[in-house]
Structures are given as structure tokens and as C-alpha cells.
Design a protein around this ligand. Structure first.
Ligand SMILES: Nc1ncnc2c1ncn2[C@@H]1O[C@H](COP(=O)(O)OP(=O)(O)OP(=O)(O)O)[C@@H](O)[C@H]1O
Length: 362
């Protein structure tokens, strides 16, 4: 007796996708499933995360599950469709940008920009169209880190074309003012300038825009987290208690303005001696794990303190661009897939589907 469509669907309802952590049926990743008279099954799976390098493996796992459920033969079609997810409050998703990921830190110097650059590169490496907005007004480092120099071109005098490097679309406050010029901003002015840079850049069809936020949780950061339509936030910290206290402030700030927290990244987590391989917890141990337990947010990655990471980032070719398949490159890619998985689990944006209803009364 051949198995029925319901039985095959049940098999996929019991199969958990490794990136989203959800099954293929409840999450609606299974788009169609047909069974012919000979018991051959054809299934279509649509993945809501960058899947260029993972689609094959997903197809094979789904095929195996269908065979185990009794399929005579299987054809599994896997496609990628990254959709726009909803944003906080009454804000609307920006045209040309499906999802904004804000990368923030409670204090400066913890590696927020390095994480932002590698996150963006890793999402692109895995098959997404990605942009970076360097909003770090105190020290815009993306032009240096991504090796992008010059001034964005404007064809209409109103909007700017993003710069391009390593396949990313980039804009930075550093392109407008010299990277080494001191920038003294008052809160509202800075937030206004950044908002303008965000909306006046011609982002082309981005699946994700990674925003390298100014460090801290002051006025500017709060205004930005309220006024920029953010899909989710990533908080970067180092393991010291003092950094963690500030990182917790960051988590609370996003919570207050209803921005979903995608998770925490612990940077400079351990030092692995390049000579003897000994692992040393220079800045302490377990901080991000404790924070994760206290706040119910996942740890997205733990990056080692590594001279190579620093040299590559500071030299204009961050680890994921220089050596995507290295151990550190893999750590960044795992982190990026956790971010993409967390975004994929968020609610869909429906505002684009709804026309504006205007009522005029006389
Ligand atoms: N995992 C790491 N191992 C070694 N060096 C690192 C690591 N991550 C970042 N760095 C280095 O630490 C320095 C500070 O990093 P980065 O600029 O990313 O921090 P930041 O939090 O964005 O700082 P700021 O808030 O001042 O902009 C840089 O020189 C960077 O190359």
C-alpha cells in the first residue's frame, strides 16, 4: 500500500530545518506536495534565508525523509525567497530594503564594526543581496574595513548611489566627512543626518541592510532605534562584566522600543595561542551565556580574539571576504545563518500589501 499525501506531509512536519529551527510544514516552507499513482512524490520547498550553499543539503534531507515515509521516488525543488518582515510600531518597511539588521553595542571598541562587516559579507556569501550602512558617527570604520573609498555619486542631486565593495552596497558617514575628522554631533542633528543617509541612498533590492550603529545607548541610539524601521537587533559584547552591563542596557533599549532582539555576539571570547593552541579566556568566561539565560536571547556566536581577524578587518578585507572557508570564516558564517534564521522566524510584513486608505471629509 502506498503512503498518502497526508503521511508525507506529516513526515515533513516532523523534520526541523537546521537554520530556522522550525519544521517545513508549520513554517509554510513546504509550498506544494504531490503524489502520483506510482507513489512518486514531488515537493517544493521555499527557504526564507540565504540558501545558495545550503539548498542542495536541504533538498537531500527532505528527499530522505519522504523516502523513509514510503515514497517510491522523490523530486524536491528548493528555492530561496527572502521576504520583508515586520518592523516596530507604526513604521513601514523601506522601499528597496526588505530587512534592516541593527548591530549595536553598549560601549565602543568591542568589535561591533568588525562583526557588522563580516555579518554582511557572510549573508552575501550565502546568497543574499546585502548592504551596509555605517551609522557609527563617532568613528566610521566601514570605508576602511571594506576597502571602499571615494564619495557616493548622485545622479539627480537628491539621492546617492551606494558605493560597492566585496559585492556589498555601502554608505557611510565617513564618505561625507573625512574618516579622521573629529565629529561632534548633537543628538537630534546626528539622528537626522543618519536618517537622511538611510532614506536618500538608492539601495538596490536588498534582502538585508546591516546598520553599524553608533556605540552606546544614548540619545542618538534611542532616536535611531525608534525612527529606523528595524527588523531585528544584534548586540555585540566582549565577555568582561563591564561590557556586559552596557550590553544589557542595549538589550533593554531595543526591548523598550519593541525591536526584536535577534541575539548576542560575544567577541574576543577566547584567545587561542597560535603557537601552542592553548585556550585562554582573557576577558572572562561565560558572560554572553549568562546574559542569554537572563534575557532569553540566543548567543549567535563567540568569536575568538585573533590577530588575523584584526589584520584582515583593518586591512580592508575582513575574514569572510579574505578566507570564507577558514575556521574563523566559518564561525562568522554560522553566526550569519543564525541571524538569518532568527529573521526568517519573525512575522511577515503586510504593510506593503495594503494600500493607503485616505478618507477626505468635507
Ligand atoms: N575578534 C577580534 N580579534 C582581534 N581583534 C579584533 C576582533 N574584533 C575586532 N577587533 C579589532 O578591534 C578593533 C576595534 O574593533 P571595531 O572597530 O570593530 O570595534 P567597534 O566596537 O565597532 O568600535 P567603535 O565603537 O569604536 O566603532 C579593530 O582594530 C578591530 O580590527
Amino acid at each position: 500500500m502506498t503512503a498518502t499525501k497526508t503521511q508525507f506531509e506529516a513526515a515533513l512536519a516532523a523534520l526541523v530545518d537546521p537554520v530556522t529551527g522550525t519544521d517545513y510544514v508549520t513554517s509554510k516552507m513546504l509550498k506544494s506536495l504531490t503524489v502520483d499513482d506510482e507513489g512518486n512524490v514531488e515537493a517544493s520547498i521555499e527557504l526564507g534565508y540565504p540558501a545558495r550553499r545550503r539548498a542542495q543539503a536541504v533538498g537531500e534531507r527532505v528527499g530522505e525523509a519522504l523516502k523513509a515515509a514510503g515514497a517510491a521516488g522523490v523530486t524536491v525543488n528548493v528555492t530561496q525567497n527572502i521576504i520583508a518582515h515586520k518592523v516596530q510600531g507604526t513604521l513601514r518597511v523601506m522601499p528597496g530594503v526588505k530587512n534592516i539588521i541593527a548591530v549595536s553595542s553598549g560601549k565602543g571598541g568591542v568589535g561591533k564594526s568588525t562583526v557588522s562587516a563580516n555579518l554582511a559579507l557572510a549573508l552575501a556569501y550565502e546568497g543574499a543581496t546585502v548592504g551596509v550602512l555605517d551609522a557609527d558617527i563617532y568613528g566610521p570604520s566601514q570605508p576602511t574595513m571594506l576597502g571602499a573609498h571615494g564619495t557616493p555619486v548622485s545622479t539627480d542631486g537628491k539621492t546617492m548611489e551606494p558605493m560597492e565593495a566585496h559585492g556589498l552596497q555601502i554608505n557611510s558617514i565617513g564618505f561625507m566627512v573625512g574618516e579622521d575628522e573629529p565629529m561632534i554631533w548633537r543628538g537630534p542633528l546626528a539622528a537626522g543626518a543618519l536618517q537622511q543617509m538611510l532614506t536618500q541612498t538608492n539601495w538596490h533590492d536588498l534582502d538585508y541592510l546591516v546598520i553599524d550603529m553608533p556605540p552606546g545607548t544614548g540619545d542618538i541610539q534611542l532616536t535611531l532605534s525608534q525612527s529606523v524601521p528595524i527588523t531585528g537587533a544584534v548586540v555585540v559584547t566582549t565577555p568582561q562584566d563591564i561590557a556586559l552591563i552596557d550590553a544589557k542596557k542595549g538589550l533593554r533599549m531595543f526591548e523598550k522600543v519593541n525591536v526584536p532582539i535577534l541575539g548576542v555576539v560575544e567577541n574576543m571570547s577566547v584567545f587561542i595561542c597560535p603557537k601552542c593552541g592553548e585556550v585562554e579566556h582573557i576577558f572572562g568566561e561565560g558572560g554572553a551565556d549568562r546574559m542569554s539565560a537572563d534575557y532569553g536571547v540566543p548567543v549567535l556566536g563567540k568569536l575568538p580574539l585573533s590577530a588575523k581577524i584584526r589584520e584582515q578587518a583593518d586591512g580592508g578585507c575582513p575574514t569572510v571576504a579574505a578566507e570564507p572557508e577558514s575556521k574563523a570564516g566559518e564561525m562568522y558564517r554560522d553566526m550569519a545563518m543564525k541571524v538569518a534564521g532568527a529573521v526568517a522566524r519573525l512575522g511577515k510584513d503586510y504593510t506593503a500589501k495594503m494600500p493607503t486608505i485616505s478618507v477626505t471629509q468635507k
